[in-house]
Design a protein around this ligand. Structure first.
Ligand SMILES: [Zn+2]
Length: 1078
């Protein structure tokens, strides 16, 4: 090469050689904080995006003319009634009340000419309380919630004609959460709240500005919540600030420009449901929901209106947002809607058909699952599924219980038997000790049945559909090693409401964001709850072994709900027992004679009982008004039941005895399906022995042997000995200091221990008074010391001593300890009855039984079985169970011997080491300031037994809860005629728990579902102790065929009947239903 040079081709770049001026790097926090200022209220609201949200407003006369009629005395009149009254003129600024009152507004709207061509016209109405918009001719259209929560109602296009149009607004003087005073929602309601109507305007909405508001809200969230080491976060910050920079007050063009900038982050499709059409795989599935507590901080009457308000809102949103899907549980609420709001019900029905409104849950209400009996749980599903099927042509496939306080161990089995394979909840996210480890898993019942359970990882059923909720659907997902999908259940709730347009708009942007920049989990709308679970089931079918959880989903909070509102709980137990008796006797009467099975009465009684099992009613966490309501409902149940029983006694030719005239033909009424031999008082210190099987037992005279079978004596001052052939009890200072089992030759009470000791605790939980008893209450234990004990009964058949214990100046307990004569071969027990006058303040009353029994686990009766729980505090999981639920008994047994504590109306229990403790009464002051104040009667018993927990305890607990009833029969009456035509023999752990008529039998059916020819009897049997059990159903009825059915009474397998005998085998803790076709 020579020395010449060729000029090289230089790029023609414009990158300046010299720096023009200094440029600083953004200081992230300052730019982040600036974003909220752009769309929030406060000092800049007149200058920021908010100032441009409206395109014109018309207020006051002549455009918005208001008049009102005040409904008298807290009544809730119908539209027809309300609009028949004279309305008087009113205006914005007026106050309305008091709490719970109703005010009907006539709203005369004339759209001014300058607004008629605007894109979107809304009525904005805000009185800080709940309302319902009605058409002039009485159709309920949409609910309103004050306080800015849901204040818009879209004006129909025909209102733009320049003429006056009339609507009515029904104002309810309560907020979404009732009428709590001040900011503490759970305090008892203030009866004297007034509400100011602050806004009643016709508003022309600047739709583009409204959209930009949602755009920057979501992009702002990305800037605030995405990790700062991600480019997606930096980009969000940039885009949001560019939108703000582009904004000029008063310039619509600047808003349009802002939206264009937003597209860089959200994509182009967020203005419609088209955003969900991208082919990218979503992992979060949004489902609209609206949790309406059937009662809680408001009474049932308000819930009926909340349902209409909330669900009509959703029908309206479905018209505007085709992707919107809305899942709703609780058959009772559908029934109310159908009865009181047929117009809304028809709208709902159309939306169900179209697939956007989705009935879920399959149960009558979202009930408590700890305390209802097994049969109650069955009926929650039976009544629920029948309502769904008869109204919508389909049963639910998902059991839906997001807010209930823990989930008892047999639910998976009952779900499967009710046609449901899936379960949705999230409440365990409230645990305050241990974090539940799974999001999606197989939940397994005592008998081994399973359902797929999903607990929304956003940990709420009332999500606001915020960016954060979508994000938490992944960050808090605990099962992602198996399946990363989840449900996002959003919508205003507890007090109703449901999703808002804002939420649906936000989700569109979340999806747009995932498809455009990524990072945010991709959310999808338009699928149903069933679609979601279908995919999980498919994965299980394809071989994915989901993690399992065996047994109860114990809720580590709200343990006080086993005890609060004692009267209500007692009524629940009594109603369940009464219904069992009525159904049993009515079935036999209607099969054998001309007696017409009282299906409607039974349905009404069950529906009332099921309603009262709602998860704030039975647990005791509602306001006082709700317990006035439930008292009334239970009174109706008891009244109806007693009337039915009276008729039924006539069919078996006996009469219940209240006052004894003649004593010649006394019999005992029995509804337990096994042989019983018991002492029954026949009044006047006399007693007889009822003995036999069947519904009517003969009573033999109690013969006094030369040595009395049971005695009492005061062996030294204040120390009494009660004794029968099996037990010797020593009572000192009101407590049992010795309980000696004469057959087993062992002492039952721990050395130095005092059984039947009443103890009291300070009971101030961290917040939720009626709900919670917190672990630290145990530290405040105080023994109550008793007054003098005296002998109050010294009869040949039974002896009793009574002790009065002062709790405070206002409260006392009278406890009677009784021992009856023992029968050979039948375990004797010590029975206690206490009368309590309870006027305490945040105290917890319990009774203790320190027993000489050692085991690391105790047993507690639950629905259709027994659940074992630790008696120690080894781990935090064990310790969390310091207060647990039991039904009719709790038992602590060691090898060869044990002690059961029976009760007639209680559900709270604890076993700590060898100390058994039955919870009696609490005294929370919120949300009911008077919860449990007054008089209570409580029965319990100590049943020592040789051997492990056995059918002795199970059956004695049934008998204890179903005392024989004294009745009178005509002379010459033979009890064999009333022997039960359906019997169960075989393994004594099998319990024949229910006998009823087939729901759809032609002489029983009320026509809601297809009628079945002929008569049939439904028999429900379960294994109570957890072993494979064989038995035989023996019947003297003319049974043609026998079918095994599910709990919805669908025939499954036909099984053989020979000579009136059907052999059965049940799995451990299995619930089996049989249909005997006559
Ligand atoms: Zn709830």
């Amino acid at each position: 090469m020579g020395g010449e040079s060729t000029p090289s081709e230089k790029p023609k770049g414009t990158y300046p050689k010299l720096s023009a001026h200094p440029v600083g790097q953004w200081i992230p926090n300052i730019y982040k904080d600036r974003i909220g200022m752009f769309y929030s209220g406060g000092q800049y609201e007149g200058k920021n995006l908010r100032a441009m949200m409206n395109d014109g407003v018309a207020s006051g006369s002549p455009h918005v003319k208001l008049s009102v009629w005040d409904a008298p005395d807290l009544t809730r009149p119908t539209f027809k009634d309300a609009t028949s009254h004279e309305f008087k003129s009113t205006s914005v600024g007026e106050w309305f009340g008091p709490s719970w009152s109703t005010h009907w507004f006539k709203v005369q709207l004339t759209v001014p000419s300058e607004l008629r061509k605007k894109e979107l016209l809304e009525l904005h109405w805000d009185a800080n309380n709940e309302g319902m918009v009605w058409t002039e001719d009485g159709n309920p259209l949409q609910g309103l919630t004050g306080g800015g929560e849901r204040v818009e109602w879209v004006l129909p296009d025909n209102f733009r004609d320049g003429k006056e149009h009339i609507i009515y607004i029904e104002m309810a003087c309560n907020g979404m959460f009732g009428n709590a005073p001040g900011g503490d929602t759970i305090q008892p309601p203030d009866p004297n709240k007034y509400f100011q109507l602050s806004k009643a305007d016709i508003v022309a909405v600047n739709v583009v500005a409204r959209h930009l508001y949602i755009d920057i809200w979501e992009i702002g969230d990305a800037a605030r919540e995405f990790p700062t080491d991600s480019w997606e976060q930096h980009k969000a910050l940039k885009v949001a600030n560019q939108i703000i920079d582009a904004f000029e007050l008063g310039s619509q063009d600047s808003i349009i420009k802002g939206r264009k900038i937003a597209q860089e982050y959200l994509g182009k499709n967020v203005n419609s449901s088209d955003v969900y059409k991208s082919k990218n795989q979503p992992i979060v599935y949004g489902i609209g929901h609206c949790h309406i507590d059937t009662c809680w901080l408001w009474p049932w009457a308000e819930t009926k209106r909340k349902v209409a308000r909330s669900w009509s809102n959703q029908c309206d949103l479905m018209d505007r947002y085709p992707e919107h899907r809305f899942a709703v549980s609780q058959a009772q609420q559908y029934k109310w809607l159908k009865e009181y709001y047929p117009y809304v019900f028809d709208r709902v029905k159309a939306k169900v058909k179209q697939g956007s409104f989705q009935p879920v849950g399959g149960s009558w209400v979202e009930h408590d699952t700890n305390m209802p009996s097994g049969e109650s749980l069955v009926r929650q599903f039976l009544y629920g599924q029948r309502l769904f099927e008869s109204n919508f042509g389909e049963r639910c496939r998902t059991f839906w219980l997001p807010d209930t306080f823990g989930y008892s161990s047999q639910l998976p089995q009952l779900c499967r038997l009710a046609g449901m394979t899936r379960f949705f909840t999230q409440k365990l996210s409230w645990n305050n000790i241990n974090k539940f480890p799974h999001t999606t898993f197989n939940w397994v019942a005592l008998d081994g049945s399973q359902v797929i359970c999903h607990m929304a990882p956003s940990e709420t059923y009332t999500a606001n559909a915020d960016f954060g909720d979508v994000r938490r659907s992944v960050t808090q997902h605990k099962s992602m090693d198996q399946d990363e999908t989840s449900l996002l259940v959003f919508g205003k709730g507890d007090g109703g409401g449901g999703p808002t347009w804002e939420m649906l708009e936000k989700l569109r942007r979340c999806r747009g964001m995932s498809d455009t920049v990524g990072m945010l989990p991709r959310v999808h709308m338009g699928d149903s709850v069933e679609d979601f679970f279908d995919r999980l089931e498919k994965r299980a079918e394809d071989g994915l072994d989901f993690v399992t959880w065996y047994g109860e989903l114990y809720f580590e909070l709200h343990r006080g709900t086993y005890t609060t509102q004692a009267n209500n709980k007692r009524n629940n137990r009594k109603a369940e027992i009464l219904l069992r008796d009525v159904e049993l006797l009515a079935t036999l009467a209607s099969i054998k004679g001309s007696y017409k099975y009282p299906k409607k009465d039974i349905d009404d009684m069950w529906e009332a009982t099921l309603l009262c099992q709602f998860h704030d009613c039975l647990p005791g966490s509602s306001i006082e008004m709700c317990y006035d309501d439930s008292d009334e409902l239970y009174a109706k149940v008891f009244d109806a039941g007693e009337k039915l029983l009276k008729d039924l006694y006539d069919t078996i030719n006996v009469q219940a005895v209240s006052t004894l005239k003649s004593k010649d033909n006394l019999v005992a009424l029995n509804t337990m399906p096994w042989h019983r031999r018991e002492i029954i008082s026949t009044g006047d210190r006399q007693a007889g022995v009822a003995c036999g099987e069947g519904n009517v037992l003969n009573i033999k005279t109690f013969k006094v042997a030369e040595t009395p079978e049971v005695t009492v004596e005061e062996i030294k001052s204040g120390v009494f000995v009660l004794q029968n052939d099996q037990l010797r009890i020593e009572v000192a200072e009101g407590c049992i200091t010795s309980l000696y089992d004469r057959q087993a030759e062992r002492e039952v009470i721990a050395k130095g221990g005092k059984a039947n000791q009443l103890v009291i605790f300070d009971d101030k939980p961290l917040y939720w008074q009626a709900w919670d008893v917190e672990v630290f209450h145990l530290d405040s234990r105080k023994e109550l010391s008793s007054g003098a004990t005296k002998i109050v009964q010294n009869d040949a058949h039974q002896v009793s001593v009574m002790t009065e214990t002062k709790i405070s100046d206002k409260s006392w307990v009278k406890t009677t300890i009784s021992l009856s004569a023992a029968f050979k071969g039948q375990q004797s027990y010590v029975e206690m009855h206490s009368e309590v006058e309870w006027k305490e303040d945040m105290k917890f009353l319990k009774v203790e039984f320190p027993v000489d029994v050692r085991n690391t686990e105790a047993s507690y009766e639950t629905q259709y079985g027994v659940v074992r729980r630790p008696t120690h505090y080894n781990t935090t999981w064990d310790m969390a169970k310091f207060e647990v639920c039991c039904h009719k008994f709790a038992d602590l047994s060691e090898h060869g011997y044990g002690v059961s504590i029976l009760n007639d109306s209680k559900y709270g229990f604890a076993t700590c080491g060898n100390l058994m403790r039955l919870s009696l009464l609490r005294a929370p002051k919120a949300p009911d300031a008077h919860a449990d104040m007054g008089r209570h009667h409580i029965r319990w018993a100590i049943l020592p037994h040789q051997g492990d927990l056995s059918s002795t305890t199970v059956r004695t607990a049934y008998n204890f809860n179903n005392p024989l009833k004294l009745a009178e029969a005509p002379a010459g009456f033979s009890s064999t005629a009333s022997s039960n035509p359906i019997k169960l023999t075989g393994n004594p752990s099998l319990i024949l728990d229910c006998i009823k008529r087939g729901e759809d039998d032609e002489d029983v059916s009320r026509g809601e579902l297809e009628i079945r020819k002929g008569k049939s009897v439904i028999v429900r049997i379960y294994d109570s102790l957890g072993g494979t059990s064989k038995g035989t159903i023996e019947t003297s009825l003319d049974v043609k065929k026998v079918f095994r059915t599910n709990i919805l009474e669908d025939d499954e397998d036909e099984i053989k009947i020979e000579n009136g005998k059907v052999d059965i085998t049940l799995r451990p803790f299995e619930v089996a239903t049989f249909r005997l076709q006559l």
